[in-house]
Structures are given as C-alpha cells and as structure tokens.
Design a protein around this ligand. Structure first.
Ligand SMILES: *Cc1c(COP(=O)(O)O)cnc(C)c1O
Length: 383
C-alpha cells in the first residue's frame, strides 16, 4: 500500500534516519558509506555543522519574504558565484536545475528572437517540458511525444557535421562539460571550442549546464573552467543548496536587459533561508585550499583505481574528473546487480549512469581512508 505515484519505480527499502559527513544511518543504526551524495547534492556532506548553524540562525530570524523586496543575501551569494565564474555576469535564483535551464532557454529565446535550441544525444537537462525536450535521452520522454520540434539533438563530442545545425533561427546551444547521467562522458576540448566558435559566428548563445558538475564536483569551482571557453549562460542547482532546494542562472551582463520587469520570476527563488545556506556553500567550496583538497582526493582515487581495478576484465573504461567517477562495466554484468551487491554486502551506496556505468559521487569532504575502503569494496564485488 502506498499513497504515492510509482514514478521512481521500486524504491530501495532502507529507512534512513540520520547522516553525518559521508555516512548515513538507518533505523537499526546500520552505517552506510554514501557515494551518492543525494546525486551530487551533498558536496559538503550530511548534517554539516556550518550549514546547520547558518540555517538555524536564519530560520529564527526570517525564512521568506518574496522577491517583491530586496534580499541582501541574493546580492552577496551572486557576488560569490560571479567571482567564481570569473567574468562579467548577472544572476537570478530559482529552485531546481530544471528551472535554471528553463530560465536559460527563455532568456536565449528573448535575447536572440530565435526559436531553435541545440542540445546533444545522451544529455540530461531536466523534466519540465522545455528541458525534457532538450534532453537527449528517449527513455525519459516516453509518453510525452511530440515534444517541441524546436529542439535539435546532435551527437556529443562530434565536430563533423556540427555546422549544419547553425542557422539564423538557432537561439542557443545547451551542453554539459561532462555528461553525468549520460554515462560520465567528458567533453573534448576541441569540441567545446568549436561550439563556442560556431555560436559566436552565428550569434547563438552558449549555455553550459553545470547542475551536476558545479560547486567543486570536478575539482574546480565549475567544470567549464577546465576548458578555454567563456559561456554566455551558466546554470547550476544540486550542490548549491547542499540539500536545500535551490537553482540559479547566470548570464553575461550584456543580456541583463532581456529579463526586465515581468519577464521572469518565482515565488520561492532566493529566499533569505536559501541564501543563508548557499553563502556557506560558496564560501567553503570556492576556496583554493578546499578545491586543492578535492584534486588531491581525485588523485588518490585515480591511484587506487589504477592499482586495484585497472586490469579488472569487468571494467571496460574509466573516467575520473575531480570526484565524479564513472566505471563502464562489461556487457555480461549488470550495473544494477553490482550496486545491489555493494549495498548489501558492504553497506556501500553508489549509483548507475547510462551505458551500464557505475557512478561514484562521494561528498567532497570524504576522508582518504574511506576512498580507499570504497575501492576495496568495488574490487571485492567485481572480483
Ligand atoms: C539533475 C540535473 C538537472 C535537473 O535538475 P533538477 O533539480 O532535478 O530539476 C539538469 N541538468 C543536469 C546536468 C542534471 O544533472
């Protein structure tokens, strides 16, 4: 018996009661090592002391007032994000990744007066109608066709033939620097450079979806900073709130007048309570020492995987960027079985991505000891 839609299929039957850092605890106080992080949301871990402090202090003063009023927290947090983006940007806050992308698509449409949008096969951009249309995976679109014909999908990382999508009705290109849901696939430098060049030439906007890759996940403030590109729009969500629902869209200042009074808005976006959390997230993650620690852990995980898994015949390919790890498994084993075994035998939590890929997303504050443990568990289960 359930009162809920079954849109998540059969959920895993564990009743989590509490968490601390990279650990979760169920009703029997069984400890689980969490390499899901709420799908790259809890980059600062569960039950983070600094975030709790800021959240509780703000909750006792003021939670919500609406965007009718000036909210100083939005100015401050946007300032921290703009500094991390490293350019002349303006931002707005919303409540999720889909909403951030929705705002980006609207802004690009209005700024260019064009209708078409280019995205890529295997991409994931959200579940609203526009972002679902942009998403390049048919499995999440079943039952919703026909979706917008304005949405074009090109092969990811394929420079040949890219030019043919660029015409005088293409408003923007939306792309992930690393397709996370799509199988933990990194964009190639020359592919992103080519996209940027074609966008410039065609006066189309370049939107980078950093919903899963932002906030230190790839070892830099945002993933695009590892490439020599300067996006027109950047969208973010997930780890921005470390568990508090939040999203944001930032665009180059030259586009700011296209979102004028009445053109876009949200009731909840950027509340004082949300901003109290986002401030701690930004101040913690956008710090050279913190990002260096993520890179150091990334190196450790690379060494561990090289030593313990590199010659494992059940693994076809490995992609590690920061603390986003994808292990593509051989066709003869099912990633879901591996995940189940890891959970039941070692109380270790990780998740799948497309193409039979095992995806690891530890909190960025994970200890080196627990990184070693995780790879030992995977070595054991894939032996
Ligand atoms: C999760 C995700 C989204 C959607 O975010 P929601 O908060 O679930 O709406 C969009 N783009 C990418 C790359 C994501 O990983």
């Amino acid at each position: 018996m359930t009162n809920l839609f079954q849109n998540y299929g059969k959920r895993i039957n564990i009743n989590f009661i509490s968490g601390k850092d990279e650990f979760l605890y169920d009703e029997h106080n069984q400890e689980y090592l969490d390499f899901i992080s709420g799908i790259s949301v809890l980059n600062l871990g569960h039950n983070n002391t600094d975030i709790n402090k800021a959240f509780l202090a703000q909750a006792q003063k003021l939670t919500h007032i609406s965007n009718l009023f000036e909210i100083q927290g939005q100015e401050d947090v946007a300032g921290l994000i703009i500094q991390a983006l490293g350019g002349d940007y303006k931002g707005l806050f919303c409540n999720s990744g889909a909403e951030a992308n929705e705002a980006a698509i609207k802004l690009a449409t209005k700024a260019t007066k064009r209708k078409k949008l280019l995205s890529f096969k295997n991409s994931f951009h959200g579940r609203t109608l526009a972002t679902l249309s942009a998403t390049g995976q048919d499995k999440v679109k079943q039952g919703f066709f026909p979706l917008s014909k304005r949405m074009l999908h090109a092969p990811y990382n394929e420079i040949n033939g890219l030019e043919k999508y660029f015409d005088d009705d293409l408003s923007a290109v939306i792309v992930e620097v690393l397709q996370a849901e799509g199988g933990v696939t990194s964009a190639k430098e020359d592919f992103l450079k080519k996209l940027e060049e074609l966008c410039k030439k065609n006066k189309s906007l370049l939107i980078i979806d950093e919903v899963q890759t932002g906030f230190g996940r790839l070892g830099t403030e945002f993933g695009f900073k590892q490439y020599d590109i300067s996006p027109d729009i950047i969208t973010m969500a997930k780890a921005l709130g470390n568990g508090y629902p939040m999203g944001a869209m930032f665009a180059k200042s030259e586009y700011k007048d296209f979102f004028n009074a009445g053109s876009h808005g949200t009731t909840f976006g950027g509340s004082p309570l949300a901003m109290s959390v986002a401030r701690v997230v930004c101040e913690t993650i956008f710090h050279a020492d913190f990002l260096q620690s993520v890179q150091k852990k990334s190196q450790l995980i690379q060494e561990e995987i090289k030593n313990k898994l590199e010659n494992n015949k059940n693994i076809i390919s490995i992609n590690i960027v920061g603390l986003m790890i994808g292990l593509k498994l051989a066709d003869n084993i099912n990633v879901q079985d591996v995940i189940k075994n890891l959970r039941e035998k070692h109380h270790f939590l990780c998740l799948p991505a497309s193409n039979n890929t095992l995806r690891l997303l530890p909190p960025l504050i994970v200890s080196e000891k627990n990184i070693t443990k995780a790879i030992d568990y995977i070595q054991d289960v894939l032996a």
